[in-house]
Design a protein around this ligand. Structure first.
Ligand SMILES: Cc1cc2nc3c(=O)[nH]c(=O)nc-3n(C[C@H](O)[C@H](O)[C@H](O)COP(=O)(O)O)c2cc1C
Length: 393
């Protein structure tokens, strides 16, 4: 197993690093923690020393072993450096090559993968300097674990919350095992719900949040692929460094996918596409009346079946969100749609699937083999699925 240096900087979410250290140790890794001075105001070295059984570094000039230079030793001995949480200050300093404390000095001395999980106020995260630092570090090969959207400690809402620990662990494992099996591939992903207009203000839609599609996009990037994400309306941020195309209706999604398909090696249909749309949407708002209102629905195009038919040489993978774990039904659907694999998720279980942060997949391959993911974070499921597909060409 691997040696991980966990860098913790002075964010309100520094307390989350305690569980993170334990979770990494449970996964079999050796964890050494380095705190910034500000982090040590939120959490103490003794806490991490007790949790990990190893010395915790804070001051550049306080060496755990006399006569040694820990910032060099730890940098050389590590397999990976994970900074979680990373403050705006630490992240911007690293991008500038500054080494004015133990953590930034250690990062400067290291030649191993660097994984950064930012946590900060949304204004700090979207600040042009912070974004420029992220892009600069990404271009130098650092991996970022994007913060999630939600209410942050300052009471505001926006992107800045430290990513869930399960995602941080899944990405750390992925980087450690260097699963860059999708290097050189472009993956087209359809995601989210569609909205089919009834009139100028109302529409038919479904409960898809787009979280699984976003997780798939990030997993594919982590495994070295280029990503084209075609998404229906969601409240999620666009993935960094991907081409994202926003659409509303199934017809728009199909048109965008047909345009992008020639650039893709694999096509993954994750969107929850409305099977039907109102046949004659009203261009103006339908007024209330006492009479019954009948909407006539007409079938939407089957996006993934159309893409599979039009791209017989590409790998096309469908998702089946069904209120059942019946693999016979999913297998029939795989053949009917002409795709090379189908991933079934059982949406009758409210703990997983739509809008939840977790999922559980059954992957059915064209040769009849089935594989079970077990319950995982959506990112963990996406990494698992792409691994399975890479191993079963
Ligand atoms: C209560 C409190 C919470 C803070 N939370 C964050 C945070 O989540 N993210 C951040 O970038 N800065 C945060 N800061 C500001 C940093 O602690 C400050 O910029 C500090 O200089 C960072 O030092 P470091 O990067 O060396 O750890 C917070 C400050 C305080 C007082």
């Amino acid at each position: 197993m691997s040696k991980i240096v966990l860098g913790v900087s002075g964010s309100i979410s520094a307390y989350r690093a305690c569980d993170l250290a334990r979770d990494l140790m449970r996964a079999g890794h050796t964890v050494r923690v380095c705190l910034t001075d500000s982090a040590a105001k939120f959490v103490t070295p003794v806490l991490f020393e007790t949790l990990t059984g190893n010395a915790c570094l804070t001051d550049t000039f306080v060496e755990p072993t006399r006569g040694r230079m820990a910032h060099i030793d730890w940098a050389r001995e590590a397999d990976l450096i994970l900074i979680a949480p990373a403050t705006a200050n630490t992240l911007n300093k690293i991008a500038q090559g500054i080494g004015d404390d133990m953590l930034t000095t250690l990062v400067l001395a290291a030649q191993v993968p660097l994984l950064i999980a930012p946590a900060m106020n949304p204004a700090m995260y979207t600040h042009p300097e912070t974004q420029a630092s992220i892009h600069k570090l990404q271009s130098q090969g650092a991996f970022f674990i994007e913060p999630t959207e939600g209410d942050v400690a300052s009471g505001e809402t926006g992107q800045g919350k430290l990513a869930p620990n399960a995602d941080i662990i899944a990405i750390t494992e992925s980087v450690l095992s260097r699963r860059l099996t999708l290097n050189g591939k472009t993956i087209l992903i359809t995601s989210g719900p569609t909205q089919e207009p009834i009139d100028s203000v109302r529409f038919l839609t479904n409960r898809s949040s787009g979280k699984m599609g976003l997780a798939m996009a990030r997993a594919a990037q982590l495994m070295g692929a280029k990503v084209i994400l075609i998404t229906g309306p969601t409240s999620l941020p666009d993935p960094a460094n991907a081409t994202t195309i926003h659409v509303r209706t199934a017809e728009q999604m199909l048109a965008a996918a047909q345009e992008q398909a020639p650039k893709a090696n694999w096509i993954i249909g994750l969107a929850a596409v409305s099977d039907y749309r109102p046949a004659n949407p009203s261009p103006t708002k339908i007024r209330r009346s006492e009479a019954d209102l009948t909407l006539t629905l007409t079938p939407n195009p089957d996006i993934i079946a159309t893409l599979a038919k039009e791209n017989p040489t590409k790998r096309v993978i469908a998702f089946a969100a069904e209120p059942t774990q019946d693999t016979e039904f999913a297998t029939e659907k795989m053949h009917r749609k002409g795709v090379s694999a189908i991933a079934l998720n059982d949406i009758s279980n409210s703990q997983i699937g739509f809008q939840s942060d977790e999922n559980e997949l059954t992957l059915i391959l064209a040769n009849g083999e089935t594989h079970q993911s077990g319950r995982k974070s959506k990112l963990g499921c996406a990494l698992w699925l792409l691994d399975q597909l890479s191993e079963n060409p």
